[in-house]
Ligand binder design. Structure first.
Ligand code: 16G
Ligand code: ZN
Length: 538
């Protein structure tokens, strides 16, 4: 039994941000850290309620603002399955935060008691939370705000403190066992060893691996992971590893910096063409790769390139396993995927592609509901691969039945171990890194071979501030505007002038800006197209 009027002292102490408008958006709540105490307090309560509704299952809560600047922070809730908070609860989280920010405790308690009444909660249940945060300076205090309501509900809280977002998702999934981050390292390194044991003569396809940790939590966690991977550890260097200097987080480094600026991050002085480079983001759920050619020119291998190479590997394993007719494989992309990648997947690899709205939860949902092997990556490097129950059933049966051919048997085992190298709860820089390196080894592709599988169309992503971004409404998976009226027709007219031209405009879900994407045959054409569309938007 709990008495929510007992929340008053904590409410007074922690809800100091007043009259703020919060929205649980694409990646939870995110804003300047100084405005987040109130919403942390209420998000703690929402996570507790979610746990109560699910009979005391562990609910995860991660405090991070990912690739955003050091002074920002944020929070998101994780379901017991390791997935993101179910959409119908986003409004509950938004409403509770906004009521609290009015600063009136009586009104707050009234609202909360109505919510509790509607949820039909068994008040004798003990709620359970698993929480963690990134390396931001504001994170420990916000963690205190987040947990402030816990004693009133007699909540059991496991606090992992400094941890990556995907680690937190993964540990939440394993909720009912007693787990530590060591279990994470052991699980993925065992999968790696099992997969490589099938290919004893395989060499890696680069000399050294340089990992940019974005000066965030990923750098410290990856350095803890490496000792479990001796084969990789000897050739790996972690740069931008100053997770204990929070003001350096994501500054001139990290996946978002490299993808947006299409250049090397800070800390790489003399790049070597035979090496592979990778950048994590601030909470280590995104990754992009890159390399330099013999002229030291930078080449980006982004989320589209990751998705295509994993697809190439998995479809060939599936074919060799003779299970192409029993297990369906598909790729999920957003409108930001380069047109060449979509063409390569559908035409060369002959694999179906689904397009969905921006935001991991949308991609995850389609990958899960449409395919037995669902590969999804956003161009920015966030993604993973999902394997359905049917996949495991069919594969297990095939493995158990045995095969006369050694090659078929090996392909089936490869599929199984490969699936275990993936963090299926959410995109994960560390697990994705291992999956890509394994793929390159199995296919015997160097970073530049990987890149030449298809050539990206020149593209530009820019943003533009407008008076009110909410008037920009879209349809067709964000590829077309329905409002402001008449604008889409003008964009279409501009696009039609360019060879292989494509452009779309949408309001950002994380910033007060409108994003403009353009693609065309040449660099000059894409610049011209982007400029034309920008003028139409302004
Ligand atoms: C968030 C999303 C990311 C998406 C981005 C779009 C998650 C975990 N993250 O960072 O998937 O690409 O927002 O930002 O869902 P935008 O709406 O500002 O373009
Ligand atoms: Zn992130």
């Amino acid at each position: 039994m709990f008495d929510i009027t007992q929340l008053e002292p904590a409410f007074i102490k922690y809800c100091t941000t007043r009259n703020h408008s919060y929205t649980y958006g694409t990646a939870g709540f995110r804003a300047n850290a100084s405005t987040l105490d109130t919403v942390m307090f209420t998000t703690g309560i929402v996570a507790i309620l979610r746990s109560l509704v699910l009979q005391g299952k562990y609910i995860g809560v991660m405090i991070t603002a990912s690739h955003n600047p050091p002074q920002d922070n944020g929070v998101k809730i994780v379901e017991p399955s390791g997935a993101m908070l179910i959409e119908s609860w986003e409004q509950i989280a938004t409403d509770l935060a906004n009521i609290a920010s009015h600063g009136n405790f009586t009104a707050f308690v009234m609202h909360l008691s109505q919510v509790i009444a509607k949820l039909n909660i068994d008040e004798t249940t003990t709620p359970r939370l698993i929480v963690g945060h990134d390396s931001r300076e504001s994170s420990p205090y916000l963690m205190e705000c987040l947990q402030a309501a816990a004693p009133v509900f007699d909540t059991i809280v496991i606090n992992h403190t400094l941890i990556t977002t995907p680690q937190l998702h993964y540990l939440t999934m394993l909720q009912n066992d007693v787990v530590t981050e060591v279990d994470y390292y052991k699980f993925f390194s065992t999968s790696w060893n099992n997969l490589f044991s099938l290919y004893p003569d395989l060499n890696l396809t680069f000399n050294n691996l340089i990992v940019d940790g974005a000066n965030g939590v990923g750098s410290v966690q990856f350095s803890k992971f490496l000792p479990y991977l001796p084969q990789l550890a000897t050739l790996t260097t972690i740069i931008n590893d100053k997770h204990n200097v929070p003001q350096m987080l994501n500054v001139d480094c990290g996946a978002d910096f490299v993808k947006t600026n299409q250049k090397l991050p800070n800390g790489i002085v003399n790049p070597n063409p035979s090496d592979l480079y990778a950048s994590f983001d601030g909470d280590a759920d995104r990754i992009v790769f890159y390399y330099v050619d013999n002229n030291k020119k930078f080449h980006l291998l982004d989320g589209d390139k990751i998705s295509t190479i994993l697809t190439k590997c998995l479809i060939s394993m599936l074919r060799e396993s003779e299970l192409l007719n029993d297990i369906n494989l598909g790729v999920v992309q957003t409108a930001y995927a380069n047109g060449s990648s979509t063409k390569y997947i559908t035409k060369s690899l002959k694999v179906p592609v689904e397009c969905t709205k921006t935001g991991v939860k949308h991609l995850h949902h389609i990958a899960e509901s449409k395919f037995d092997i669902g590969i999804y990556f956003e161009a920015n490097g966030h993604g993973t691969v999902l394997f359905s129950n049917k996949f495991y059933e069919v594969l297990q049966k095939a493995i158990d039945n045995g095969s006369s051919s050694e090659k078929i048997h090996k392909a089936r085992l490869s599929l199984f171990y490969f699936s275990k190298l993936i963090n299926q709860t959410v995109g994960d820089s560390m697990a994705d890194l291992l999956a890509v390196i394994a793929t390159l080894s199995i296919l015997q592709l160097s970073p530049s071979d990987w890149d030449t599988e298809y050539q990206d169309l020149p593209n530009l992503l820019t943003k533009c501030t407008v008076l009110n971004r909410f008037v920009f409404k879209t349809t067709d998976m964000e590829r077309k505007l329905t409002s402001p009226s008449g604008l889409q027709e003008k964009i279409d007219a501009a696009v039609s002038k360019y060879d292989s031209g494509r452009s779309f405009v949408r309001a950002s879900g994380t910033e007060d800006a409108v994003r403009i994407y353009a693609e065309a045959k040449t660099k000059a054409e894409v610049e011209a197209l982007s400029k034309e569309v920008t003028q139409l938007v302004e």
